[in-house]
Design a protein around this ligand. Structure first.
Ligand code: ZN
Length: 397
């Protein structure tokens, strides 16, 4: 046994002051979870103690019904997809302090704390019955036991990288600025963020979504091609393994999410720092038709604009220089003209040309008006992002 026989009386006297269950008696002296109950019974016999089977000062009764704890854990886990898990315990401070006091008074250096013992026993049981592995470094779910035996499952956040496509049909619904997804109801979806968030909530059966963007689109700008990159933290996800099946049909309430991947948390920061390039088309409707000469003049004028844009290396808004890689006038039919450019995302599209009457020059802004360039009044400008690329040069436009 773990003490000199001369101390038996002292230990027995002290322990008689408390109600102690067999498991708690055993774990005061034994550091092998597998033999704790056996040791408890041995100590009980040797010291002539009574153990309590209805309450316990050292575990608050927690260890008295392990079967029930496992059942509670199973009920709480219902509906959660996971490959691995970790257990957590909420043990009141006074219970921990009482045990520390007894251990110190009896000079017990071995044994297992309530948390270590419960964790060892319950982890083994849950692993065997679910076939899932314990993992304390990056578990899918935390199974949290309270001292009263109640169990809560806390799924750890998942991080995803995705892309969204914003098409014409979505425009009428997009009227508001960003609001946190958690507060949005399906009938109040008003922004791309909300649409993407609602879709992700459904795909992952999640309770909340936090989206980070590599940028945002101006109101009225469609995004096509591979789509705009976003990152999202998926909170409270129940569907952690079969979400791919859900995302096969990639369209929810008119948002299109062509690609979603699970990424590591650290990849999000790296991804957000990456540069993306938009292939942008700007289309203008003119009051009058254009002749061949007008087109030539416009191309020449826009070349000037381009040279100026390159000189300032794009847009220095938000302390970052935006690179403009390629540019050309692509179509002229009747009274419509269009120009394309490939520019780093975040570039101010209005710098290409405007429908305003006055040509405005400043050191960092171009804003040339069509009226100045080709003596035409334009009524309407339409911006479209045709694709989002990792890199671009003039061959992409
Ligand atoms: Zn106990």
């Amino acid at each position: 046994m773990m003490w000199k026989d001369g101390r038996m009386d002292e230990i027995a006297t002290k322990l008689r002051d408390y109600k102690i269950c067999t498991a708690c008696l055993g774990r005061l002296f034994d550091d092998d979870p597998a033999t704790v109950l056996e040791t408890g019974n041995e100590v009980k016999a040797k010291l002539g103690l009574e153990t309590s089977e209805d309450s316990c000062d050292l575990c608050g009764g927690f260890l008295l019904n392990m079967g029930k704890l496992v059942e509670n854990a199973f009920s709480a886990l219902e509906g959660f997809e996971f490959d691995n898990f970790h257990l957590g315990f909420q043990i009141p401070r006074d219970i921990i302090e009482l045990e520390d006091e007894i251990r110190s008074e009896l000079k017990l250096s071995s044994g297992l704390s309530l948390k270590k013992y419960a964790s060892a026993i319950l982890t083994k049981e849950i692993a065997e019955r679910t076939g899932k592995a314990p993992d304390n470094s990056s578990p899918d779910v935390l199974i949290l036991f309270s001292i009263d035996g109640s169990v809560k499952v806390d799924p750890l956040p998942i991080f995803v990288e995705g892309r969204y496509v914003k098409h014409e049909g979505m425009m009428s619904a997009l009227t508001a600025a960003w609001r946190p997804i958690a507060t949005v109801h399906s009938d109040g979806v008003q922004s791309v963020e909300q649409m993407v968030g609602m879709a992700l909530k459904e795909i992952f059966d999640a309770t909340g979504i936090v989206i980070s963007w590599t940028g945002t689109d101006d109101v009225g700008v469609t995004v096509d091609g591979k789509g705009r990159v976003f990152y999202a933290k998926i909170i409270g996800a129940r569907r952690r393994k079969t979400w791919v099946i859900r995302s096969v049909n990639r369209r929810w309430s008119s948002v299109n999410l062509p690609l979603i991947d699970i990424v590591h948390r650290s990849d999000v920061k790296v991804g957000l720092a990456e540069r993306y390039y938009d292939v942008v088309e700007v289309e203008a409707e003119l009051d009058d038709g254009m002749g061949q000469n007008d087109v030539r003049i416009l191309e020449e004028s826009l070349k000037d604009v381009m040279i100026r844009l390159r000189k300032v290396e794009g847009d220095t808004v938000r302390d970052r220089v935006r690179r403009v890689a390629g540019f050309r006038v692509i179509a002229q039919s009747g009274s419509t003209i269009a120009a394309r450019l490939c520019a780093e995302h975040g570039f101010d599209l209005r710098k290409l040309f405007s429908c305003e009457d006055v040509e405005r020059y400043s050191r960092e802004r171009a804003d040339p008006s069509l009226k100045t360039m080709i003596a035409r009044t334009c009524r309407k400008l339409r911006y479209r992002v045709l694709d989002v690329l990792d890199e671009c040069d003039s061959s992409f436009v």
